[in-house]
Design a protein around this ligand. Structure first.
Ligand SMILES: [Zn+2]
Length: 74
């Protein structure tokens, strides 16, 4: 093997590893994002506390002052 061939092989392996890590992190990100965005966001108008709750609840009680709040819709 010549020096340029070794250098090219080294760069190719490095690029493949970077692409592999990129795809892996992208898959991880896509796998986790839906479960987070499905949670409903609530904002208490009384104390201003912002919190999230399960997507199957329409109203959630504020953990700071106990007021029942409607979910924020986007
Ligand atoms: Zn509150």
């Amino acid at each position: 093997m010549t020096i340029p061939a070794i250098f090219f092989a080294y760069v190719a392996v490095l690029l493949a590893a970077l692409i592999g890590v990129g795809i892996f992190s992208e898959m991880r990100r896509r796998g986790f994002t839906p479960s987070q965005s499905e949670d409903r966001i609530f904002r208490c108008p009384d104390c201003g506390y912002v919190y999230t709750d399960d997507p199957d609840v329409d109203r959630s009680r504020c953990s700071q002052c106990g007021k029942l709040n409607e979910a924020i819709k986007f």
